[in-house]
Design a protein around this ligand. Structure first.
Ligand code: MRU
Length: 351
């Protein structure tokens, strides 16, 4: 793959190690995070990012920090554990994988509450490892299912970064691209730059280029042009939360790409693990959308502030693509077609 490890525990299991994605592609810097505050800050500032990677980082982080709780009795351990969990849960609101992972860790604690606290800590470490390994296996299967929808030589457009850097291995939207690369499919990938944080320009362009995939960077407002020119045969995007009716939250700008794809008759595929499906969320209106600071729009990446002082800025980090614009949702358990309220349930009931 690309020779970078998105998230792991260090060999002595004293720190959460992440590659700082805010420094890419210029510098490959690994951060060793030890405190819950450092881990929360790294997630909030997108040093580790992408829905599945956030979940894995939070799970490892919780296991790591729970080890330092000094309580010997469960009644003292559990409230301290919950405080850590709440702190990490407050880092970002939209990607449901964060909450799925934290709740799994909580279930683990509850399941073993009769055991000694030291034993519970050991189980937490194993649960975090299981979350990481299941994510890697899910991505590989998403890649296989996704590849079954594609043909060699296709032009593919992607938005944001749903690749290796957003997960444990392979990616979601980019998993079929990597598998196709291994099997000689020769895809031509167009990467939207993805304003304002440039995950497409900095991360997707970087990791695909490093893997030897033919990738062309375009500004977000160029997607229509390349589609009109017939250069795109499928759109592949990741997801942060899938509502029960198939509405999908993903990086801001995704829904615009979906509208364009519909107009040009190009299939629009969403790829993500079943842990991204939130059946408690009936539709788009119930998905919490993160809003971030105005400076990300007006100042970040510019040597001098580029917008007038005092200007109103609206900076939602995600938008929701209506289910009617989505051709299929590809999970590790299979491909869901409309009507999604039925197909998502069905796919999740599979072993
Ligand atoms: O704000 P980010 O960079 O965490 O947003 C990431 C995305 O929108 C991804 O497309 C999504 O999390 C899927 S990652 C496999």
């Amino acid at each position: 793959m690309i020779g970078l490890e998105t998230v792991r525990l260090d060999d002595e299991e004293q720190a959460l190690v992440i590659v700082d994605q805010t420094q890419l592609p210029g510098r490959e810097v690994y951060l060793h995070l030890r405190t819950p505050e450092e881990i929360r800050e790294a997630i909030y500032h997108l040093k580790v990012r992408g829905a599945p990677a956030i979940g894995v980082a939070a799970a490892y982080g919780l296991a790591l920090c729970a080890r330092r709780i000094t309580a010997e009795k469960f009644g003292e351990f559990y409230p301290a554990f919950c405080r850590l969990k709440e702190l990490l849960a407050s880092s970002r609101p939209t990607a449901v994988n964060l909450f799925t992972a934290l709740n799994r860790m909580d279930d683990c604690v509850q399941r073993f509450q009769q055991e000694k606290v030291e034993k519970i800590k050991h189980h937490l470490r194993e649960e975090a490892e299981a979350i990481r390994n299941e994510d890697a296996a899910a991505c590989r299967r998403i890649g296989e299912w996704g590849l079954s929808l594609l043909k060699p030589g296709m032009g593919l457009l992607t938005h944001c970064n749903a690749g290796h850097l957003a997960v444990s291995e392979y990616g979601t939207a980019l998993a079929p691209v990597y598998l196709g690369q291994e099997r000689g499919y020769h895809f031509q990938v167009f990467a939207d730059e993805t304003r304002p944080l440039l995950q497409g320009a900095r991360l997707t362009a970087f990791e695909l280029q490093k893997a030897g995939v033919e990738v062309t960077l375009i500004c977000d407002n160029m997607a229509s042009a390349v589609m009109k020119q017939g250069k795109v045969q499928a759109v592949l995007v990741g997801c942060d939360r899938i509502a029960a009716n198939g509405d999908v939250a993903n990086k801001i700008g995704t829904s615009g790409v979906a509208v364009l794809a519909k107009y040009y008759g190009i299939p629009f595929y969403v790829l993500g693990p079943v842990s991204t499906i939130d059946f408690a969320c009936p539709d788009a209106l119930h998905i919490p959308i993160e809003e971030r600071s105005p400076e990300e729009v007006t100042e970040k990446w510019y040597t001098r502030r580029m917008a007038p002082e005092g200007i109103n800025v609206y900076n939602p980090a995600f938008d929701v693509t209506d289910h009617s614009l989505i051709t299929a949702i590809v999970t590790e358990k299979g491909i869901c077609y409309p009507p999604f309220d039925r197909s998502l349930q069905l796919v999740c009931s599979r072993q």
